[in-house]
Design a protein around this ligand. Structure first.
Ligand code: GAL
Length: 418
């Protein structure tokens, strides 16, 4: 046997005896802030423990608008990632276009139907088949409040919406930025969502933003919600347009801004900044929306892949399977500031805000006050969500729009987007 032949034979033996090749999973997301990255690294680590490699496809921008635009061009050109952070009605929209793959075999094997809360399943399934996996539940209607500032300025912590609006000029007079806002449509929508929960209550909120009932959309209560938004919008500073939600949180941490109205990914940021939660910076249910829990479920949707390789498909299933393991659920959510999606996770070591969210979530389920966020496309299609957000942003930044005119715009925009 000559040397060359021996070499080829050895290579052949190696190939035949080698274990099944691992593959790469490419995951698109917009989790680029401190707490988000910490949480995501838990998922990445667990994937890499299976010998698959993680290819990060991160596109900056809270709320995910830019990420979803990039995703569209990748998918349309026939090269989608393994999975992408896609939520709510958007999952149905992608599935309807034929881009998503069925996860039914893993779902059956791992009993997802028994593990997931009832209201989550229809969001993850398209025509009865699982095409996405949820990773957590975030609460939207929070108010983050720097109590040191309130104490120093001798201002009482507000207990209802009118008190909240009343403290804004006092905070400003005391030399603080009253609201650390982020002027982006998704964050403007979150502000209006909390206000409308407070003004409308859970039932009317659902009629307006889930059923899109024109009478409620044009009601005096909705006009009042816009009036409250106008009052708050007067305290949104010019720099808000260059500020990310993470930078807003940092202003609270640095005792520069008094409040932030944002979902509980803020808790993830506070933890990453080594803050003791609910001490200096408190998490308070948005005044007037106590007892209501506006939910946002983060989930990964899985794409039909170009590759026919079995390793690639196995790696995709491995990723889907890891997301619902108790270990991932515990470690990911402890860093993200969100609730685990499966109820077998011990929440004792969670921070006080997440613990409160957990109690409130269970109570809201009993009271039928668990409502989907419209600001993050859990309540309506992405088309309707964008139409609503546009009306809200225009209203906030164009002070000449009256409350009555805003309501007419809201009704018309929703009708056109349906
Ligand atoms: C949301 C996402 C959250 C959070 C937020 C800010 O769309 O659901 O998990 O990360 O964006 O980036």
């Amino acid at each position: 046997m000559n040397n060359k032949f021996q070499h080829l034979l050895a290579l052949l033996c190696l190939l035949l005896t080698a274990p099944a090749m691992a593959s790469q999973v490419e995951v698109l997301h917009w989790w680029t802030s401190g707490g988000e990255l910490d949480a995501l690294s838990e998922l990445k680590e667990k994937v890499e423990e299976t010998d698959n490699t993680w290819l990060d496809f991160a596109i900056e921008g809270g709320g995910g608008n830019t990420a979803l635009t990039v995703l569209r061009s990748r998918a349309v050109s026939g090269n989608p990632p393994t999975a992408a952070l896609i939520k709510g009605h958007n999952i149905q929209e992608w599935a309807k276009l034929g881009f998503l793959t069925s996860l039914d075999d893993i779902a059956t094997r791992e009993k997802w139907d028994d593990k997931l809360p009832e209201f989550i399943k229809p969001i993850m399934k398209y025509q009865g088949h699982y095409v996405a996996v949820p990773v957590n539940i975030h609460r939207i209607n929070w108010l983050w409040l720097n109590e040191t500032i309130f104490n120093k300025a001798k201002i009482a912590v507000p207990t209802d919406l009118s008190e909240l609006i009343a403290v804004l000029p006092q905070l400003e007079a005391a030399g603080y930025l009253p609201i650390a806002h982020t002027s982006e449509p998704w964050a403007d929508a979150i502000l209006f969502e909390s206000i409308s929960l407070s003004v409308l209550g859970a039932e009317q909120y659902k009629q307006a933003f889930v059923d899109l009932n024109p009478q409620i959309l044009a009601s005096p209560a909705m006009i009042n919600a816009f009036a409250q938004l106008r009052a708050m919008s007067l305290y949104i500073d010019k720099n808000a347009k260059n500020r990310t939600w993470e930078q807003s949180t940092k202003l609270l941490i640095d005792d520069q801004a008094a409040i932030q109205i944002m979902g509980d990914w803020v808790a993830g940021k506070l933890l990453q900044e080594k803050q003791q939660l609910n001490t200096k910076i408190r998490c308070i249910e948005f005044p007037g929306s106590e007892g209501i829990f506006s939910y946002n479920v983060d989930s990964f949707a899985f794409f039909k892949l170009k590759s026919v390789s079995s390793e690639v498909k196995e790696a995709q299933k491995t990723l889907a399977s890891i997301i619902l393991t108790p270990e991932l659920q515990r470690e990911f959510n402890a860093k993200k500031g969100s609730l685990p999606i499966i109820n077998t996770v011990n929440s004792n070591n969670f921070n006080p805000c997440t613990q409160q969210a957990y109690t409130d979530y269970q109570q809201a389920m009993r009271d039928n006050t668990l409502v989907p966020t419209f600001a993050q496309a859990m309540a309506t299609t992405t088309y309707v969500q964008s139409a609503i957000a546009r009306v809200i942003s225009n209203f906030i930044y164009d002070k000449s729009i009256s409350n009555e005119a805003a309501v007419v715009q809201l009704t018309n925009a929703i009708k056109a987007a349906q």
